[in-house]
Design a binder for this molecule. Structure first.
Ligand code: 5RP
Length: 242
């Protein structure tokens, strides 16, 4: 007797990211102005947008959230525009480090949180692309990134320490700190999964002198496109804008 085993290969994380990145582009349509996020998942959305321009002839303009994204989008031939005070965008697609049941996010793992928040806030809607590892019940397992003024980082660290139950560390270390596109530094703050009121925490941290931006995105995300081994799920916020 012959026994035939059929091995169904589960998609790896990279494939899940690609699936989510591409699936999110169903929210993109002709004539839109688009915020282009930063990271390894939204990278696939940017590649898909370039394909839609070339093969489907859609006419869109992108506003990049980082120098990395600007270079990628330019290389792929996506028409770009810089962000200005008056910019209003139809849609931003971006990744996230965590999202909770209220569609609130931790972002900034890639260090681009400040421009990402400016662009997302200038958009009529925001779609986030993730794999299932980013879904949490309470934010904070991923260290909260905070962009800070490079001169004041030690003062900010001292002011944040009493608020943060875990370690507050300078990304890259003080020998060779990570430098953002805005020439700021990043403090990664270990809250643990304890951020049950992200809105008030964001407000409290934002009030500290020297804080440039907090990686909490509260009430900004309208939908999450999440890839898992079960397939693609699009979660739309009931009270959102989509
Ligand atoms: C960059 C970000 C990214 O969107 C976030 O870190 C997720 O990235 P990835 O898709 O590579 O996991 O906030 O500042």
């Amino acid at each position: 007797m012959h026994v035939l085993f059929i091995v169904r290969r589960m998609p790896g994380v990279e494939q899940l990211k690609e699936q989510a990145g591409i699936a999110a582009c169903r929210f993109v349509s002709d004539g839109m102005s688009l915020g282009l996020g930063t990271g390894s998942t939204v990278r696939y959305s940017i590649i898909e947008i370039a394909r839609m321009i070339k093969q489907e002839g859609i006419d869109v303009v992108g506003v990049p959230t980082s120098e990395d994204t600007r270079q990628l989008a330019e290389h792929l031939g996506i028409p770009l525009s810089p962000i200005e005070a008056s910019t209003s965008l139809d849609l931003t697609i971006d990744g996230a480090d965590e999202f909770d049941p209220n569609f609130d996010l931790i972002k900034g793992g890639g260090g681009a949180l400040t421009k990402e928040k400016i662009v997302a806030n200038a958009s009529n809607s925001m779609v986030v692309v993730v794999d299932e590892t980013k879904q949490v019940s309470t934010l904070g397992e991923f260290d909260l990134p905070i962009e800070v003024d490079s001169i004041l980082w030690e003062d900010v660290r001292d002011d944040i320490s009493p608020i943060c139950p875990g370690e507050v560390s300078l990304r890259g270390g003080d020998e060779e700190p990570y430098i953002t596109d805005n020439h700021g530094f990043i403090l990664d703050c270990s809250f643990g999964p304890s951020i049950s009121d992200p809105e008030s925490l964001e407000r409290e941290i934002s009030e500290i002198t020297g804080v440039v931006e907090v990686g909490l995105f509260v009430g900004i995300c309208d939908a999450v496109v999440m890839a898992s081994n079960e397939g693609i799920e699009t979660l739309v916020k009931p009270s959102g804008r989509l």
